[in-house]
Design a protein around this ligand. Structure first.
Ligand code: CU
Length: 136
């Protein structure tokens, strides 16, 4: 009897990672994003390349926040500074308590993009995330 349980546990351990790998991320064209002090929710977005993306963005924090997508292959390093301005792909600023719907065209290049809040000190406080551009 004990052997059967052991076998079941072994099978379960083998199946779980397999299903996790085979599940392809599904890109979406509309995202609800909440900004707080100092977190993006969600921290990961998966979108298709070259399409209009609708972003319903709400700032539930007490201070102004930004949502800044960096260009492909660039990251801001230790903190967001003037040298990062030229590497911005797209950005929006949201006042505390404000909700807005904005659109942008997703990058053509599939891959991983960094998004951050560009307000001084917010990135180091934790306001960063990852944008995945995935061909459906
Ligand atoms: Cu911020």
């Amino acid at each position: 009897m004990r052997k059967i349980w052991l076998l079941l546990i072994v099978i379960a351990l083998m199946v779980v990672p397999l299903t996790a790998c085979s599940r392809r991320p599904t890109p979406v064209t509309e995202i609800d994003m909440v900004l707080t002090d100092y977190v993006f929710e969600p921290k990961e977005m998966i979108i298709p390349p070259g399409q209009t993306i609708t972003l319903n963005i709400t700032n539930k924090g007490a201070v102004v926040h930004e949502f800044v997508i960096m260009k492909y292959g660039t990251t801001i390093g230790e903190s967001f500074g003037d040298e990062d301005e030229e590497n911005i792909y797209w950005e929006v600023e949201v006042e505390p308590g404000q909700t807005m719907t904005v659109t942008f065209t997703s990058p053509e290049q599939p891959g991983q993009y960094q998004f951050v809040c560009g307000i001084e000190g917010h990135y180091t406080a934790g306001m960063a995330g990852t944008l995945q551009v995935v061909t459906p």
